[in-house]
Design a protein around this ligand. Structure first.
Ligand SMILES: Cc1cc2nc3c(=O)[nH]c(=O)nc-3n(C[C@H](O)[C@H](O)[C@H](O)COP(=O)(O)O)c2cc1C
Length: 437
């Protein structure tokens, strides 16, 4: 595969030499385009020697080859790492002041992956977040940075994900794009050689079960506003959804995380779409599902929202009666995802989560089976919740129910253990659905 590797002027540029090695050792043909600032961190000689190609950052070098047009047209995948705040801004506003930004504008349908790295303040700045949102809305895959030690003594979100994580995300994106374009005859086939050549990684060096697939996971709890300062929420911490996203990433998938309110950071290497309310989650989920092979709805979504949201803070006054909150029903997102999938005859596995408590009317499994009937999703992961159970805890114990009526499967342990069991079950369901060629 012909890859353009754009390198931004951040301290993490040195780590991209390892990413370049992963690409070349997996047999890809890589042209490196560092920005002017990037060459102050890592010299052109390093990129030329490791890639085996001449390296430039100006459209006025080798003008007879019209480099930016050729590179943009020929690229089958563009990866930008580290994507500096400046590069994100230049790409979002369509600037073309160096070879890399010109190439990005020439790239057409080529999948583009950007791995940002910067100080937390720069990453969280509304300008940077707006640029990221713009790029994502145009189809660019912008990875979430890792959390941890930054350039100085400080730490927080903003670290470049490890080269292996970027490599995996890039291969997953390329596989998903090829499958979308119908180049693999429908089902996405993992690039066996590439995955085997990936070098040390957290996952065993086997062909990863979800390589080439796009997985959307919702996590956390929605917040339904009452007024500008108050909301109705729930106790979900997002830990289980985040563990599922990490397990799907580990399994080689391109992962999109629809993050409602969460108490834990998103795993590095996933694409994050922030949502607040059930209605925002519905919109994001329907949008994301359109190109997802698997949708896992693990977020705790409010069943009801306040009928009226006050534009100003509701005051406590002695001269009027205490306010009464009227609630209206939120849409059933899981059910809607299934309906949209079925109407489009799309090949997609949909997994719901049920947080149930038993009561005098029935036990947890009875309620869960009824829920599976109503929602008609493929798998339902059921956990029993209570004040000290599951929400916010690091462990979980679930039963996986299947629409085909097969034996309920139990899984328990840390939330990562449970996530691994759910992802294993998903890959088993997918391999059953696709007959071997
Ligand atoms: C030591 C040092 C480290 C830097 N690290 C980063 C960084 O990690 N992320 C970032 O966005 N900018 C960083 N910068 C600022 C960029 O180099 C600067 O914004 C530059 O204009 C980026 O140019 P480029 O986007 O064309 O590569 C750093 C600057 C210095 C001097």
């Amino acid at each position: 595969m012909r890859i353009v590797l754009g390198v931004g002027g951040g301290i993490a540029a040195y780590k991209v030499a390892s990413l370049l090695r992963l690409f070349t050792e997996a047999g890809h043909d890589v042209t490196v385009i560092p920005t002017e600032a990037a060459t102050r961190f890592v010299g052109v000689a390093t990129w030329e020697a490791l890639s085996g190609h001449p390296v430039s950052n100006s459209v006025f070098d080798a003008v007879h080859t019209v480099n930016h047009v050729r590179l943009g047209h020929e690229a089958e995948l563009i990866v930008v790492a580290p994507a500096t705040a400046d590069l994100l801004a230049r790409a979002a506003t369509g600037q073309a002041d160096d070879l890399l930004t010109n190439t990005l504008l020439m790239a057409g349908d080529c999948p583009v992956l950007m791995a940002p790295a910067m100080h937390t303040e720069m990453w969280q700045h509304p300008a940077t977040q707006a640029n990221v949102e713009t790029l994502r809305s145009r189809g660019v895959t912008v990875l979430e940075p890792a959390s941890g030690r930054l350039t100085g003594a400080d730490s927080g979100p903003g670290r470049l994900p490890e080269p292996e994580a970027i490599f995996t995300a890039a291969m997953a994106l390329a596989g998903a794009s090829a499958a979308e374009a119908g180049e693999s005859g429908g089902a996405a086939q993992p690039d066996v050689d590439a995955v085997l050549a990936a070098g040390p990684s957290a996952a065993p060096l086997a062909v990863r079960a979800l390589a080439g697939l796009t997985v959307t996971v919702s996590a956390g709890g929605t917040r339904e506003p009452l007024d500008p300062v108050r909301f109705l929420g729930n106790r979900s911490s997002g830990k289980q959804g985040v563990a599922l996203a990490a397990a799907a990433l580990e399994a080689g998938a391109r992962v999109r995380l629809l993050a409602a309110h969460m108490e834990v950071p998103a795993p590095a290497g996933v694409e994050v779409v922030q949502v607040e309310t059930a209605l925002e989650l519905r919109k994001a989920a329907l949008h994301a599902a359109a190109d997802s092979d698997v949708v896992i709805m693990a977020a705790a979504v409010a069943d009801f929202r306040p009928a009226d949201v006050s534009g100003t803070k509701i005051k406590k006054r002695d001269d009027v009666a205490d306010p009464v909150i009227n609630l209206v029903r939120n849409p059933d997102i899981l059910r809607e995802l299934v309906e949209v999938r079925d109407a489009a005859s799309r090949d997609q596995l949909i997994v719901g989560f049920a947080a149930e408590t038993g009561d005098a009317g029935g036990d947890v499994l009875e309620y869960a089976r009824a829920k599976l009937q109503r929602k008609a999703c493929d798998l339902l992961v059921v956990n029993q919740v209570g004040r000290d159970k599951v929400f916010g805890e690091d462990t979980n114990s679930v039963v996986i129910l299947s629409r085909d009526g097969s034996e309920p499967q139990e899984a328990s342990g840390s939330k990562s253990d449970v996530a691994a069991a759910v992802i294993d079950r998903i890959s088993a369901e997918l391999s059953r659905a696709v007959p071997p060629a």
